[in-house]
Design a protein around this ligand. Sequence first.
Ligand code: ZN
Length: 242
Amino acid sequence: MKKYLLLFLCITLWLGVLVGLRGFAATEASVPAGSVRVRTENGILELELEEYVAALLSAAMPDNYPEEALRAQAVILRTRTCRTLESGVPHEDGCFCAGCEYCFSFTTTVTAASHNAARATAGEVLRYNGALIDARFHLSSCEYTASAYELTGEDIPYLVSVDTPDESGFSAFVNTVTIPLDQLAAAFPDRTLSFEANDLYLSYYDSGRIKNVFFGDTAVAGGALATAFALKSQRFDAAIRD
Ligand SMILES: [Zn+2]
């Protein structure tokens, strides 16, 4: 009988993971301080920083989220934007785009709730030792946030694992992924993986996310498994079943 690896995922999404900053100076454009240029399908828009933050917020969060959650997210998006502006905009034309590996998603349909949250927190940014922080965030963190170390292998003192209130109302909170064992073996051809149910065990980071899955004596890093099978989370339980 064919066997499968079943993964029971707690969905935890880091949305704030953009590729490292590139930094092009917006030289040819006379962009006033505090302004942002955005390349859209309808041409280049020049926006006040707070207008841009409101637009990012509308693209990122439903407007019926609690007001304080919208405000907190506005601070994160503003911090991230200011940090990018400090080191140079991500594209050669001096613009942010409407969403790529360097730029948050942007919309021209900005809700009143987003405007209000941006206005209520105008100018507020997060700093650590005076410098703007790398403001990463979870959509859903599944009881504990992941530390920067879990994500990148490097410690960032202000990005440690912390507990979070229950998030089980999130619609995609738990998910099951079934991986045929032949596909699993094919994904890691240089490893000798034992698929005996009793040989399967897991090691964890402090946040409860999987550090390694052991198939007998052979370990597969949780991150490698997540990448190979496009898992939305590194927080899961696992079982081998027929
Ligand atoms: Zn971009």
